[in-house]
Write a protein that binds this ligand. Structure first.
Ligand code: F6P
Length: 357
């Protein structure tokens, strides 16, 4: 059996641990030959692959990024510059046949799974593995990379606290997460934020200013953790409006600095903002993410060996299982307004926004 492995979309801590687990399990348990596809689907378009064996995946468990390389926008069904209106999927399938691939393990987010599903429908057997630091993929309770991102946010808040306390400042920290607030919520809780602002709960600027005033008098400083998709009540585009403007991933960011500029005239304290950006995606995966990635990789290899194709590995409770690829693509899992972590935050007096509507 000959199996291809690719990492689609952006990089994420834990990708190498998945590649290692898939490769080792397929070689040991299924006697398979494994080939790595370089830079996601771009490797299948441009015909760039590398053999993966025990030696190639040795020592990569703890490494961030992906040894196979990443490419955000390599979609064989929309690839500019060919005479078939951007559809190079037939060439990709021909190349997969030339390589003699019996199956493809695709590690990626919802966009990558959409492409994987189309190839499955065209006859290339696929197993998907969910990847995103945002933790917003449908059907899986966790995706690897999220715990690592949360750890970075928590550490950043701790570091901001010592300087905020010394200068009696308000510190605004902007996290990633796209349209979901999971990173800001868990990172904010772990790092001791006084306000946590999520896309799911539009915030009230005046309420944030009041919180900062109260803390000016008491603690002397305030830590605000804001997700990149957050917005003031009635003040910003909804997710649907955003997506209607552009079906492609929308470049988010800058909401922390915008909040700083709005808060400053309302406060006596100085307000500063920090945008963490890709720091949250770089570096080593946490121990939790290494274990989750390893479990996902081994489960994907078992599915290939059992020929359970057209499905993506998911975590349900504490068990790895799978769902059809058709159910995964094109949706995201956002923080529900009754989530227990929101109740915990409210009990601690952490300022949150309010649900829409
Ligand atoms: O989906 C993961 C993510 O890191 C988001 O949190 C962020 O909005 C986006 O990707 C950034 O993408 P890029 O690396 O293309 O700037």
């Amino acid at each position: 059996m000959h199996v291809g492995v690719l990492t689609g979309g952006g990089d994420c801590p834990g990708l190498n641990a998945v590649i290692r687990a898939v490769t080792q399990s397929l070689i040991r348990d299924a006697g398979a030959r494994v080939t790595g596809i370089e830079r996601g689907f771009l490797g299948l378009i441009e015909r760039r692959v590398q053999p993966l064996d025990s030696h190639a995946v040795s020592g990569i468990l703890h490494q961030g990024g992906t040894i196979l390389g990443a490419h955000n926008a390599a979609d064989p069904f929309h690839w500019p510059g060919n005479e078939r209106g951007g559809d190079v999927s037939a060439d990709v399938l021909a190349y997969a046949r030339e390589l003699g691939l019996d199956a493809l393990v695709v590690i990626g987010g919802d966009g990558t799974m959409r492409i994987a599903h189309r190839f499955q429908q065209l006859g290339l057997p696929v197993v998907g593995v969910p990847k995103t630091i945002d933790n917003d993929l449908l059907h899986t309770e966790r995706s690897f990379g999220f715990d690592s991102a949360v750890a970075v946010v928590a550490e950043a808040l701790q570091r901001l606290e010592t300087t905020a306390r010394s200068h009696r400042r308000v510190m605004v920290l902007e996290t990633m997460g796209r349209y979901a607030g999971w990173i800001a919520l868990e990172g904010g809780l772990a790092g001791g934020a006084d306000a946590i602002l999520l896309p799911e709960l539009p915030y009230d600027l005046q309420a944030i200013a009041t919180l900062c005033h109260e803390r000016e008098a008491e603690a002397g400083f305030t830590l605000i953790c804001i997700a990149e998709g957050a917005h003031p009540a009635g003040g910003a585009m909804t997710v649907q409006a955003h997506l209607a403007h552009s079906p492609d991933p929308v470049r988010l960011g800058g909401v922390g600095e915008a909040l700083r500029a709005q808060l400053q005239p309302l406060l006596a304290s100085e307000v500063r903002s920090t945008q963490l950006g890709h720091v949250q995606r770089g570096g080593q995966p946490t121990a939790f993410d290494r274990v989750l990635s390893t479990r996902f990789g081994c489960h994907a290899a078992e599915m290939v060996a059992r020929r359970e194709f057209g499905r993506m590995v998911v975590l349900r409770g504490d068990a790895c299982t799978s769902v059809p690829l058709s159910e995964v693509a094109g949706g995201s899992r956002r923080v529900p307004p009754d989530h227990p972590l929101l109740r915990a935050a409210a009990s601690l007096g952490i300022s949150l926004g309010r649900p829409c509507g």
